[in-house]
Design a binder for this molecule. Sequence first.
Ligand code: UDX
Ligand code: UDX
Length: 447
Amino acid sequence: MTEKVAVIGLGYVGLTLACALASRCFQVTGLDVDEEKLEKIRRGTPPIYEEGLEPLLNHVLKLGALKVTSDYQEAVRESEACFICVGTPSNPDGSVDLRYVEETARMLGKALKDKPGYYLVVVRSTVPPGTTRNLVRRILEEESGRSIGDFGLCFNPEFLREGKALEDTFNPDRIVIGCVDRESGEKLLVIYRKFYGDKLPPTLITTLVNAELIKYVSNAFLATKISFINMVSQLCQALPGADVKVVAEGMGMDKRIGREFLAAGLGWGGSCFPKDALGLLRFGEELGVQLPIVEAAIKVNESQIEHTVKLAEELIGDLGGKLVAVLGLAFKPGTDDIRESRSIRLVEKLLERGARVRVHDPKAIENARKVLGERVSYAGSIEECMRGAELCILATEWPQYRRINAETLKRLMKTPALLDGRRLYKPEEFREIKFKAIGLGDSNQEP
Ligand code: UDX
Ligand code: UDX
């Protein structure tokens, strides 16, 4: 039974998987090309913030179940299967940059040359349909001089939400396994049976291309669901008395629609939805297929930022020279990740309009500084962020921002005004001050 595995690429996806496997009797070798990252991991400090990851990492290091290296020969020698979790960023035109996957396949192929016995390669990085068969398989065969049968190949997407990555790894809704041949799929299933015991999640075994497509369209569908409710929120804004939160609640009571991913707000960001929605569009174009729903979802997502700035101007007039406090920079709560964060996008727009911006985030300041530099000021506390500001915008719904109330705003701000970009607050509690929420409808008018 396969017990020794390697995980290549120790980012959000890879490090979580490596720690999870190591905590359940697997001997794991983690590989990354970034030596600084490896050093941190060896010391028990995850290079990223993810709920619960630090204690788990320390636990598995103590057990001796996780080792890390930058040497492919070593990683392959020490394992019977590997999971490829390297990044697949966007090219400037939105298509997917596969150079890290290519490089990984090349290095793995070389290492496989001297590896006796069967070895299973599992691609977990999100890649356009066809990549595992046409690119990864070809490179592995060329570099190793061996062929399918000597080694196995699967595409096995991850569906992790950042901030809940461990929870999603230990309790996923489903496992999707795309495999080049039956043996590859069965070998991966053995790993998951060992990991989940008698609680194996519902599992779909299919072709490589179906599995690759399932990953893309799942993300595009969820992004579309959010854009749909954001579109409705713009309708609500123009309809006195309408409230998108109640509308979403009513819609979600229908089991066929479901309540999840119907939270209106600034829109979707992160390392997956924006990249995968665009990647899918470009992929469709290459095949000569238009994907107008995905296109519209992206358009609505972009429009939410301009919409928010308009609401800000409605609240306090021209933004030129005004001090705006922005709460939350991470693309969602529970992470320090700012990739494609709507909040950062909003800050950029506020700066363009001449506003002075002060920002706060419980975890993401360090990452935000790399992008925003000295163009904004950074607050160490919520109070410091709001002091003297003329408008406060809630951009990421960290739970600690819930405790803000009208009294705090009146006490600290120059002119108390709050724009709720994530529907965190109850409007009735802010009656005495200027208040607006995205998608609230015409907040101060009766129908
Ligand atoms: C990434 C992809 O972006 C996503 O599409 C996919 O589904 C899973 O992998 P994430 O874990 O968030 O998601 O990426 P990132 O945090 O950028 O981590 C990638 C890691 O791979 C980095 O630590 C990087 O140093 C490492 N890497 C990159 C390698 O080890 N080798 C390489 O050649 C390139
Ligand atoms: C997503 C997918 O959920 C996951 O399955 C996939 O593997 C990777 O991409 P992630 O990006 O970590 O995960 O976070 P998610 O919770 O899906 O949120 C993505 C974005 O949508 C965030 O910016 C969030 O603020 C936004 N969002 C989410 C909404 O605006 N409204 C919602 O109702 C839900």
